[in-house]
Design a protein around this ligand. Sequence first.
Ligand code: PLP
Length: 439
Amino acid sequence: SLHASDIAHSMHPYTNMRAHEEKGPMIITKGDGVRVHDDQGKEYIEALAGLWSVAVGFSETRLADAAYEQLKRLPYYHSFAHKAHEPSIRLAEKLAEMAPEGMNRVFFTNSGSEANDTVVKMAWFLNNGLGRPEKKKFLARNKGYHGITIASGSLTGLPGNHKDFDLPAIPVTHLTCPHYWRWGENGESEAQFTARLLKELEDTIEREGPETIAAFIGEPVMGAGGVMLPPEGYWPGVEAICRKHDILLVSDEVINGFGRLGTTWGCQKMGFTPDILVTSKQLTSSYMPLAAIIVNDRVYDAIADNTAKLGTFGHGFTGSGHPVACAVGLENLAIIEERDLMGNAARLEEVFQSGLRSFADHPLVGEVRGTGLIAGLELAKNRETKESFAPAGSMAPRVVAACADEGLIVRAVYETVALCPPLIVTEADVAEIHARLGR
Ligand code: PLP
């Protein structure tokens, strides 16, 4: 059977492999709008949109057609050494048009991790080109998620991605997670918390020397670390400090981008403008793997000047700007626009978030938080002391399993139950998500 074959041959990402040998897979066979079906015929609402990514739902035939047409016309070509093809040209143009003012250049990779690896290399390449080879360190945050390759995994601030992988392996300093409920100190107001974090940033830069720090990277709203919203004023403060010290500001919008927060970009909602913006996931609704790095003219010029000096930019993937992925991305963005799915996220924010807030008094719930169409319910043994169930009696995985029984797919990230439904959800779908979660 498929089940037995999976157990015999597959190594699953993000899985306790020994437990999997006992438990076996949940095999998903079919997608239908916001729903998926498993091989037992059970139907689920996919309230995490796969991995925070399937904006247009699981059965958009326009994306299948776009892929098929491109596969017939030109299934593969690359962009190395002056070669080009229409899908990647058009998608880069489209992204430059959507991006914040002054961000006009796009580099494609296959995944968010590769994109953030590329960002690290771009920052190093750029600073070497500018004759400041000591300006190489990154600043990131505890609980931030930026991927799992050697460099992007180093930027990630989660112990589970570091332990026994010998990460971090590049120079990175992880700052306090900007989540007031969990990391605010007793008696500290939210404004004082923000001020403390900004002072920590300033102090870190002073201590290490601004001439040694290349970039600050962060998700506008943190996703995979547990859906955490920054306090008021945090991002504008970070931006001002980065500007003052000539530190590149990188907005990792792999989850936030394309309307997840109800705005095109997360940085818009959080009130800052980055130098580099990283996107993936909803870019193609993950029907094809694709990520894009969008940079401003200053970053582009510094990189381009160094390529002129060295004769090339010695970086790029076989699949960079894959024509089928780009064709799917273009069609996906067209659907998002035509159906105003970013507006849908903004319009449904209130009903989605307020329905979840009704669980705030539940004895298992510590905090309910979210914005747009992304949310987290952090479970806690004691709401007042914020004492967690984890690690001893970790509760979130049990809640997630119970949700699956009720036909609802959500995800446990540490002790937070995360929700991030496809952007096509309707008010009726949202009500059904709340009902299944409640049961
Ligand atoms: N950055 C963020 C903010 C992410 O959420 C993710 C994946 O969840 C990544 C980067 C890594 O992307 P990928 O899994 O495509 O390598």
